[in-house]
Design a protein around this ligand. Sequence first.
Ligand code: AMP
Ligand code: MG
Length: 403
Amino acid sequence: MLATADALAILLDAARAIDGIETLPTLDALNRVLATDVTSPLDVPPMHTSAMDGYAVRIADLAHGSRLPVSQRIPAGHAPAPLAPNSAARIFTGATVPAGADAVVMQEQTEVAGDEVTIVHRPQAGEWITAQGADIRAGSVILPAGTRLTPQALGLAASVGCAQLAVRRRVKVAVFFTGDELTMPGEPLKPGAIYNSNRFTLRGLLEKLGCDVTDYGIVVDQLDATRATLREAAEAHDLILTCGGVSVGEEDHVKPAVEAEGRLSMWQIAMKPGKPLAFGAVRRGAVGTAETFFIGLPGNPVSSFVTFLLFVRPFVLRLAGVQAVAPRALSLRADFTQGKADRRNEFLRARVNAAGGLELFANQSSAVLTSTVWGDGLIDNPPNHAISAGETVRFIPFSELLN
Ligand code: AMP
Ligand code: MG
């Protein structure tokens, strides 16, 4: 059996960022992956600005007495004249600090009488002034290639005047499901049938990652049908993802179909839930050299969910050009005891309680999808390790795994 970390290492080693870059308006680039560094052409802020409504002063002038004539009024968006000697300038938040001024006194620390202002405070040099370039220096890389564009990253790009961004095209993923027992919600459930819940979970997971998804639905458990779907899907996608049919049962036709159309490694990963995972590639075209990656997930709903989060997510992100794909884990206290150690690396569905500790979902079966909705994340419990209450465990929040 393969260790979880080794399986991930093999996958990430194979993943290469896809070709294909497009230029999008910055406003339309949310959740995309930057293809090139964004370098700032300017300082931000581009000039010294006031961080308060108040009076711009020259500190040396305050020694002459704190009462000063108001020599100019500077709203935001206007270029001021240099500060006249022995005077104060009325100034507003975001406005340019006039040359010669070295502090802003907030209006609460002044008294105004006619055209004069009394400064009842001795400011420090630079007080309430945001220096030119305090946020960003001209020429610095503000967003490196491989960054996933969050709302705040778009804001940062816009703050240096970027109207367009070079991003990678979306990763194209084909997905299909095997199993004659699978029925779509909306159809009556015949004896022996179950609903195809994984279609909803996996499509949602792929869409959350920003993939361009082609969903072939349910493919009947027959070799020819499975091979035909693989051939078609290989042509226009970067990855084919399937669910079910990768265990050793005779009804499973995914394995021989991928072997016939490409190459396949069947992995037994020492993890729970999960275990079987298939990784390989399907040839493109009749004699083509190009290939489309293939990943086959186990059919059990919790197994496919967890193996997606741990393996498919980082693999897809690497295809998308993202470098940092590891979820950030927390160290949290276990408020439960799990007396029985397992030979495998367990990923336990748990949630954070009001005391900041972790509680475990009672039924950790790989068929019980309820645990994935109840939980806030996964405890990554190493092989052969029982958990005692009070112990610190490694917890990977779903918030890290679902974005
Ligand atoms: P398999 O990996 O095909 O052997 O399936 C393992 C278990 O997962 C079986 O109980 C299947 O009925 C179930 N299963 C497989 N595919 C799905 C699916 N798309 N949605 C829900 N359950 C599934
Ligand atoms: Mg099956």
